[in-house]
Write a protein that binds this ligand. Sequence first.
Ligand code: PGA
Length: 247
Amino acid sequence: MRRLIAANWKMNKTVSETEDYIKKFLKFVEHPESREILICPPFTSLYVASKLLQGSGVKLGAQNCFYKDSGAYTGEISIPMLKELGCEYVIVGHSERRHIFGENDELINKKVVACVEKGIRPILCVGEKKEEREAGLTFKVVETQIRLALSGVEEHTDKIDIAYEPVWAIGTGIPATPEDAVEVHTFIRNLLNELNPKNQRKTRILYGGSVKPENAAEFMKHEAINGLLVGTASLDPESFAKIVYSF
Ligand code: PGA
């Protein structure tokens, strides 16, 4: 499986800043076929990003979607809209969507199902809060989030990637240790094998949470870690390129 290194810009960069970033980033890109590189800008930057990334081998993704194709859903963006812009991926159930915007497992499941049906690859984010880890609930929380999110699409886990992002590690500068990440990744892999024995190893399990150029290689040297989802450190093209080529 090709490993996936994804940039999640969150609510950062205007159109002109996006242009500037991508022109700089593409100068660092070599052998794009050796790993999958993905950039997820805000919706407003997708069009320009898609034009600039054409032919570069770098993939484009969105940070969220709604599960209906069209209709009276003010403020929402549908999967056909994203696909026409060239998005191949969409981040679903990011912890900021869950905890700031109140997305629950039921809504996240509807989005995952819609992604699978409509042919865009979801990166399903899961992860425990600090108090849940301290209470020894990490595996339980992650298992519940995955079972609910994948409900009805267990047969199609080959069309889905998962990002394990402990909430306490996101944007804090304090990552999980690679050993802690490997423990959870192995747990998720076993769960996926149970849910879909036919499609073993086709779902990539990414780690996310305070990944930086200085620690990326430490994560990527573990076989259980099939990629990275990078927030803060992806906002600078050189820093993101260092992470992409850290292994
Ligand atoms: P971070 O964010 O790299 O800034 O911790 C990761 C994420 O939220 O995907």
